[in-house]
Design a protein around this ligand. Structure first.
Ligand code: PEP
Ligand code: MN
Length: 352
């Protein structure tokens, strides 16, 4: 349920509504927009420590709230996801990522570039990619230390040693770090090194993992599962938000379709659609999305044109020798060539 305050509602009017909610042990989420304040209401906190979406929210409660001073109207949130919905939170969410090179803001006018290797392989490889990423204008370094491998015989990452290399690259370049975490037990360790926790496509519906990254309070990059509908994806985001962590970045990374000429099919529709349905920032991964190096730049530009708040792109000093995803990794020179084109497309759609 959401309470829409009148434009001229006073601070005392808002406090009056909050007091009535507190009396009923309901959890208010205040969204103070430029025009008016909107108060989202979730039900009481249950045994799991999470406010329920239903709880004791009844039509009688709505009628009571509608009678309070400064209230314009009370609406039901029609979507199954509540905290993630635009109805609940009309203003766009900005995710602030502290980093040694200065704060990175995702969801503002600047399109954020995240670049780096699929997998952390060695100090030499990671540093070469990180310095190139930064020189091109990226503000976030990507790189997996824990890799979800489709085959049990595939490389599964350097683990903690990979995290340490990411920390070194962060220190040397000032870039923020995004890296994947795969189990609830490892969230604490990965969160010590990462500025953004990545939830991979394969784990989008690993609900205990979503709870745990929610509890960490860290920014989370939530990949769309390759067979997930947009509603399922937003419900996965809801798990993280429901733990009190508002710092969720959605990532469209391609879905599985009948088409086998590309690794996945980037759902470009999802970018403007999710921005209509949700206040959360959206980034696109054209590397997993296409699986083909020759397509990455075009799809990256299309994503920016479609309104993406950022991109996450795989780059590698020697893609042909990469332990993972070499076929979709850009050569460092190709990435350098892409960046000025990205700037031109961003400017054409009113972004930086
Ligand atoms: C990756 O970013 O390298 C990766 C494994 O992504 P996804 O979870 O989208 O497949
Ligand atoms: Mn990859």
């Amino acid at each position: 349920m959401i309470v829409v305050m009148r434009r001229d509602a006073s601070a005392a009017d808002i406090e009056g509504v909050l007091a009535r909610l507190r009396e009923r042990a309901l959890t208010p989420h205040i969204s103070a927009g430029a025009e008016r304040t909107i108060i989202g209401i979730l039900g009481p906190v249950g045994a799991s420590g999470v406010a329920s979406a239903l709880g004791s929210i009844t039509p009688e409660l709505g009628a009571m709230l509608e009678g309070l001073d400064g209230v314009e109207q009370v609406l039901e949130v029609s979507k199954p996801y509540k905290l993630a919905s635009r109805e609940f939170h009309p203003e766009a969410t900005l995710v602030h990522v502290p980093s040694p090179g200065g704060e990175v803001v995702i969801g503002a006018s600047e399109v954020v570039m995240m670049a780096g290797p699929c997998t952390v392989e060695s100090e030499e490889q990671l540093m070469a990619a990180a310095h190139a990423a930064r020189a091109g204008g990226a503000t976030v370094l990507r790189g997996g230390a824990y890799k979800p491998s489709t085959s049990p015989y595939g490389f599964r990452g350097l683990g903690a040693a990979g995290l340490k290399l990411l920390a070194l690259a962060r220190q040397q370049t000032g870039l923020a770090v995004v890296t994947e975490v795969m189990t609830p037990a490892e969230v604490e360790l990965v969160a010590e090194y990462a500025d953004i926790l990545q939830i991979g496509a394969r784990n989008m519906q690993n609900y205990y993992l979503l709870d745990e990254v929610g509890r960490s309070g860290k920014p989370v990059l939530l990949k769309r599962g390759f067979s997930a509908t947009i509603e399922e994806w937003l419900l996965a985001a809801e798990y993280i938000l429901a733990q009190g962590n508002p710092n969720v970045i959605l990532c469209e990374r391609g879905i599985r379709t009948f088409e086998r000429m590309t690794r996945n099919t980037v759902d470009i529709n999802a970018v403007p659609l999710v921005k209509q349905l949700s206040h959360l920032p959206v980034v696109v991964d054209p590397s997993q999305g296409t699986g083909k190096r020759s397509l990455v730049a075009s799809v990256a530009l299309a994503a920016v044109a479609a309104g993406a708040d950022g991109l996450i792109v795989e780059i590698h000093p020697h893609p042909d020798a990469a332990v993972k995803d070499g076929a979709q990794s850009l050569h460092l020179a190709q990435y350098a060539e892409l960046m000025p084109r990205m700037r031109a497309v961003a400017a054409a759609v009113g972004r930086e």
